[in-house]
Design a protein around this ligand. Structure first.
Ligand SMILES: *Cc1c(COP(=O)(O)O)cnc(C)c1O
Length: 405
């Protein structure tokens, strides 16, 4: 049996490899930053265009110091889940800080936002209820919904007509929850929160937003997509990660109405059955939120660099997705072309990552770049120049597509 499984997996891996679809993990030999050293390229320094390090806080010295102080003060680990003997006062301090920041009633921490989304639906909804989900929602939302017995409805990305149809179909259900990413990660598109909240209100449904690709840098003080739309009080549940803009280490949360958070502490399985966050990480996350709250300068640079990159690539004729988000996807259509351009850019010491099916729809392969406040105008100029070079090479070499721009 064992042998059979391993043989099958080897075949499958070979097949992926032959189609150039094997994910190869590049090893970084420096702290995470706008410029990093890669192992295996002779320690070359490359310009990093693919981290979720939106505010450039991943190696911020204040966070490093806060984590160090946290280690000295609170020790290393908790060796317990929260409800047994794993709740340190720093966990509650961070939960309260997130609550104040997001202007909700209460917050519950999880080991990751994946865990937050995995535990949420099953704890809150059963077969009497319904959940209505955007088709582009994150994998952790899809899995979380799979784990619960609620009736499931799906609407095409940001399609308000389909959402309304689903709300009508679900109207007999006890509780109806509409779920969306605040920003869709493969496309850099924002959710139509005004439309969603309006429909949800009219049909008596609740709204949940996963703001992982927004918290810290979108909206006033970086409080996310509900704040950007002035809808903080119409969004009932917000989930998010500490692993992107807010320092980029790890951890996730659910924030919202007091009763919801109180119930999740009783029933959310990843909370009940998984170890509590490292206290030093919480200490540094408190600093990350403090920095993010007052980081208008970083947000301005992030917006300016994003405009620069989007404008530069559009002027060259590349097809981009999204409008103003620092996720900048260059749509190549063909997976092989996305790989070729990525290889070409790496040869110029620029790190980008190609995405193809099944991560994105077939025929919609892309290079997804992510701008950081740590990028300089010269960094972005270099990226635009490299795409221009790739384009002119493409025009003279049949291996590069004519459709590249
Ligand atoms: C990154 C991401 C997650 C997962 O967050 P982790 O804390 O890394 O588990 C969940 N939802 C969305 C929308 C994300 O972009």
């Amino acid at each position: 049996m064992q042998r059979q499984l391993c043989e099958r997996l080897r075949d499958d891996l070979d097949e992926l490899s032959s189609r150039n679809l094997l994910k190869v993990e590049r090893e970084i030999a420096s702290p995470q930053s706008a410029h990093i050293q890669l192992r295996g390229l002779g320690g070359r320094s490359v310009l990093n265009m693919c981290a979720n390090n939106y505010l450039g806080l991943a190696n911020h010295q204040s966070l490093v110091q806060a984590a160090r102080a946290g280690l000295e003060r609170h020790g290393f680990g908790m060796s317990s889940v929260r409800f047994i003997c794993g709740t340190h006062h720093i966990h509650r301090a961070l939960e309260k800080r997130l609550t104040d920041y997001l202007r909700t009633d209460d917050t519950i921490l999880f080991g990751s936002c994946f865990d937050a989304n995995a535990g949420l639906f099953e704890a809150l909804l059963d077969a009497n209820d319904a959940v209505i989900s955007d088709s582009l929602n994150h994998a952790s939302i899809i899995d979380g919904i799979r784990l619960c017995k609620a009736k499931r409805f799906r609407y095409a990305n940001n399609d308000m007509d389909q959402l309304e149809r689903a709300l009508r179909e679900a109207r007999q259900c006890r509780t109806v929850l509409v779920v969306t990413d605040g920003v869709f990660s493969m496309d850099g598109i924002a959710a139509n929160l005004p439309g969603i909240c309006d429909l949800a209100k009219r049909h008596g449904a609740l709204v949940m937003v996963d703001d992982s690709h927004a918290v810290g840098f979108i909206g006033p003080q970086g409080r996310g997509t509900p704040a950007r739309n002035g809808l903080e009080h119409q969004v009932d549940i917000v989930t998010g990660t500490l692993g992107k803009a807010l320092g980029g280490a790890s951890g996730g949360y659910v924030s919202g109405r007091g009763e919801i958070i109180a119930w999740l502490r009783q029933r959310a399985r990843p909370y009940l059955f998984s170890n509590s966050l490292m206290p030093a990480l919480c200490e540094a996350s408190l600093t990350a939120i403090e920095l993010a709250e007052h980081a208008d300068d970083l947000r301005e640079n992030l917006a300016a660099r994003t405009r620069q990159l989007r404008q530069g690539l559009s002027n060259l004729g590349f097809q981009l997705s999204g409008v103003d988000h620092p996720i900048v996807p260059v749509i190549t259509g063909d997976a092989a072309i996305a790989v070729q351009i990525s290889d070409f850019l790496l040869a110029l010491d620029i790190l980008v990552v190609p995405f193809s099916y099944p991560v994105v729809p077939e025929g919609a392969a892309r290079i997804r770049m992510q701008v950081s406040a740590a990028h300089s105008a010269q960094d972005i100029e270099r990226v635009i120049g490299a795409f221009q070079l790739a384009q002119s090479k493409g025009r003279s070499a049949p291996t590069f597509s004519r459709h590249m721009g």
